[in-house]
Design a protein around this ligand. Structure first.
Ligand SMILES: *[C@@H]1O[C@H](CO)[C@@H](O)[C@H](O)[C@H]1NC(C)=O
Ligand SMILES: *[C@@H]1O[C@H](CO)[C@@H](O)[C@H](O)[C@H]1NC(C)=O
Ligand SMILES: *[C@@H]1O[C@H](CO)[C@@H](O)[C@H](O)[C@H]1NC(C)=O
Ligand SMILES: *[C@@H]1O[C@H](CO)[C@@H](O)[C@H](O)[C@H]1NC(C)=O
Ligand SMILES: *[C@@H]1O[C@H](CO)[C@@H](O)[C@H](O)[C@H]1NC(C)=O
Ligand SMILES: *[C@@H]1O[C@H](CO)[C@@H](O)[C@H](O)[C@H]1NC(C)=O
Ligand SMILES: *[C@@H]1O[C@H](CO)[C@@H](O)[C@H](O)[C@H]1NC(C)=O
Ligand SMILES: *[C@@H]1O[C@H](CO)[C@@H](O)[C@H](O)[C@H]1NC(C)=O
Ligand SMILES: *[C@@H]1O[C@H](CO)[C@@H](O)[C@H](O)[C@H]1NC(C)=O
Ligand SMILES: *[C@@H]1O[C@H](CO)[C@@H](O)[C@H](O)[C@H]1NC(C)=O
Ligand SMILES: *[C@@H]1O[C@H](CO)[C@@H](O)[C@H](O)[C@H]1NC(C)=O
Ligand SMILES: *[C@@H]1O[C@H](CO)[C@@H](O)[C@H](O)[C@H]1NC(C)=O
Length: 566
């Protein structure tokens, strides 16, 4: 049962305008239009001995992979046959001037209503590697997600040995009950909703779960060959470790950015992140488990069950019992998490430079807070919520990008504070007294092409915890990270401004901080949020409105005609 590259789409070479002649051989210039049809439909799916209707794309779980090449234009007509209004986010695509195709509901667009269609129309410029797409409203991305594979331009090899074959490996979470009921119940109670019943690998929990004979993903390898795994964490709420028994990984790319290759026994991958690894099939031919389980180094209950899939050498019968990856770090292994993240470095070659902003125009310092506000109808009389700089974000009724582009007043305020109003000992003893959080649709205005540094600081408000933060519309460089309180007088001296990792989602360490930099050269409204869906829902999010530049080609593009209305 190997990974099928089943195309769902009609890929048509429409822009075949020029040819390069080299002797008698001609090469088409590869820019193409790739068209996909995404029918959002409810389908009964059975896992762990339970059948339930789930929201899918084209009836598939996980959904279809988007295959494209750097330079392609992609058109995805999303038609919504489900009972929920929804939108799709193309996670990690920069969408230059084109926030209309970014997808987060009420940030860049109103959702596609039941019965409606919207065509996401975007160019893939200057990016190649593994990204992914997912629903960006409610908890629907629990089942509505799939891979995006962007091949380098024709004639441009990978900066690592060409693998014999490649596989997509999407990690996820499964609930036996309806995820929207789970989310709703949590919100009504003001408490965290029920945790997932299983983790999954390509939608399958594997043989350590009941009724999983048919629900085990497997790949076949040949001894001596090297394979590329495109790993995606599509889980809602869990950062995950992933390893293969008897095999090490060579990490070569994260978030569609090439890395300096390094060997590791396991990877750490947060929700939203992608990691490409090479696996050398160099062990005794047999069957080996690939396994994934949660990383959680704070006293917070999580789904700690291990999902497995099988790496099977050619010729080995299915009766051989696979061995488990004993090298998978313990769930609370903070030391592994910190050292793994430190190993990630940009390739930083002439062809793939790390253009790190060296001078910062705008310094931002955002604190993460978990909190409780009064809620008379909730179980404890309080509702859990989350905030940045003590502001819990309130979703607007009109999309922010529309409000910005058409200058609709009253939808948002651009007064999000650059620093916390009341500094405190962020990672000191648990802070439970005098809780209270302000709420609002408050975002930051950023000048076009200015350079921005954001230090995201975890706090001990209620509890410390690791938070994977995602920025839309940009990649950023992770110039520094540490445990404890960020020290502006000492920590910047230790920044890596030469070859820091460039990515779109980064884990803020438990009780620590991370510093990221980017150049704000993409005008529009761009979401910045914790990619744990639980925390996004609780308000751990804000947005940047990046102003237009002076040039004609530095302004937000006009909206497409079929942009959904609210
Ligand atoms: C799913 O199965 C239930 C019965 O188990 C059935 O009532 C329902 O119509 C099915 N839904 C779909 C979308 O097939
Ligand atoms: C999108 O798909 C729907 C349903 O198939 C169709 O009615 C609509 O015309 C399509 N839109 C475009 C722009 O092709
Ligand atoms: C994509 O590229 C094509 C060809 O250069 C251009 O016509 C189109 O406007 C671009 N679309 C977006 C959304 O940038
Ligand atoms: C959540 O879990 C509790 C306890 O197992 C169960 O009673 C409840 O029905 C679950 N909620 C949902 C929405 O499935
Ligand atoms: C994996 O790497 C470790 C550390 O470098 C090494 O000790 C081990 O032998 C490697 N395992 C395999 C299967 O190559
Ligand atoms: C997994 O989580 C459950 C429920 O929170 C807990 O009872 C159990 O001890 C945990 N198992 C491990 C191995 O940590
Ligand atoms: C991790 O959890 C185990 C128990 O499951 C405990 O013995 C160990 O001390 C913990 N390690 C850390 C670093 O907290
Ligand atoms: C809130 O309510 C839950 C469920 O009744 C209970 O387990 C928990 O201890 C309460 N937490 C606080 C902080 O009151
Ligand atoms: C902050 O709290 C920690 C832990 O309680 C403590 O060790 C540290 O001294 C405090 N820092 C300041 C500046 O008060
Ligand atoms: C957060 O804001 C609330 C409401 O304005 C206030 O009561 C609380 O003291 C603030 N907390 C912090 C840590 O600034
Ligand atoms: C942004 O600023 C940099 C540095 O000053 C400059 O090199 C670049 O051309 C500018 N980009 C745009 C689009 O104005
Ligand atoms: C979908 O959006 C429309 C328009 O905003 C709204 O009237 C309708 O209630 C929404 N449907 C759901 C299920 O939220």
């Amino acid at each position: 049962m190997a990974a099928g590259k089943s195309f769902c789409c009609q890929a048509s070479l429409l822009i075949l305008l020029s040819f390069v002649f080299l002797g008698l051989v001609s090469f088409p210039v590869e820019a193409a239009i790739k068209k996909y049809q995404f029918d959002i439909q409810v389908k009964n799916v059975s896992r762990l001995c339970h059948a339930k209707p789930i929201v899918t794309v084209n009836g598939r779980y996980p959904g279809p992979t988007i295959y494209a090449r750097e330079g392609d234009r992609v058109l995805v007509n999303v038609t919504n046959h489900a009972q929920y209004n929804l939108s799709i986010h193309w996670h990690g695509l920069k969408q230059y001037r084109n926030g209309w195709a970014d997808g987060p509901a009420y940030i860049t667009q109103c959702p596609i209503q039941t019965g409606g269609s919207y065509t996401y129309d975007f160019n893939i410029t200057g990016q190649r590697g593994t990204l992914w797409w997912h629903a960006h409203i409610l908890w629907l991305r629990a089942t509505v997600y799939g891979a995006i594979v962007i091949m380098p331009k024709v004639g441009t090899p990978f900066p690592f040995p060409q693998p014999a074959r490649e596989f997509e490996v999407i990690l996820g979470e499964w609930w036996n009950n309806d995820v929207e009921e789970i989310e709703k119940q949590g919100n009504q109670m003001g408490l965290p909703p029920n945790m997932s019943d299983a983790h999954t690998i390509n939608g399958k929990p594997g043989p350590l779960f009941p009724c999983s004979e048919k629900h085990t993903y497997a790949i076949e390898v040949e001894k001596g060959k090297t394979y590329l795994l495109r790993i995606i964490n599509a889980a809602l709420n869990d950062e995950l470790f992933f390893a293969i028994a008897g095999h090490n990984f060579t990490v070569v790319e994260v978030d569609a950015v090439y890395t300096k290759p390094f060997s590791t026994k396991s990877i750490l991958i947060g929700p939203g992140q992608t990691t490409n690894v090479l696996v050398h099939a160099n062990n005794v031919p047999s069957r080996y488990f690939m396994a994934t389980r949660t990383f959680m180094d704070a006293p917070i209950p999580v789904d700690n069950k291990t999902a497995t899939a099988i790496l099977q050498y050619k010729g080995i019968p299915n009766t051989v019992i696979p061995s488990l990856p004993h090298q998978l770090p313990a769930s609370n292994d903070s030391a592994f998490a910190l050292s793994y993240n430190k190993k990630l470095k940009s390739l930083n070659t002439v062809q793939y430079p790390a253009n790190v902003p060296l001078k910062v125009d705008r310094n931002l310092f955002f604190t993460i807070g978990l909190d409780k506000n009064p809620c008379p109808t909730c179980v404890n009389g309080t509702r859990l919520l989350a905030s940045l700089n003590n502001i819990s974000f309130v979703m607007p009724q009109t999309a922010l990008l529309q409000a910005h582009y058409f200058d609709i007043k009253g939808v948002f305020k651009t007064d999000f504070p650059d620093q916390p109003l009341r500094p405190f000992n962020y990672t000191g003893a648990p802070l439970t007294a005098n809780l209270g959080t302000s709420t609002g649709t408050r975002i930051s205005k950023v000048a076009f092409n200015s350079t921005v540094e954001i230090v995201v600081q975890d706090t001990n408000l209620l509890t410390v915890e690791s938070h994977p933060f995602h920025l839309h519309g940009y990649n950023f460089f992770v110039v520094g990270t540490g445990v404890g309180n960020f020290d502006p007088s000492k920590d910047p001296a230790n920044y890596n401004l030469v070859d820091p990792i460039e990515r779109n989602t980064i884990g803020v360490p438990t009780g620590g901080w991370v510093a990221i930099r980017f150049r704000a050269d993409n005008p529009g409204v761009w979401f910045f949020h914790c990619h744990l869906e639980l925390h996004t829902g609780w308000g751990l999010k804000t947005a940047f409105v990046v102003e237009d530049g002076p040039g004609e080609d530095q302004t937000v593009l006009p909206p497409p005609k079929d942009l959904p209305a609210c």
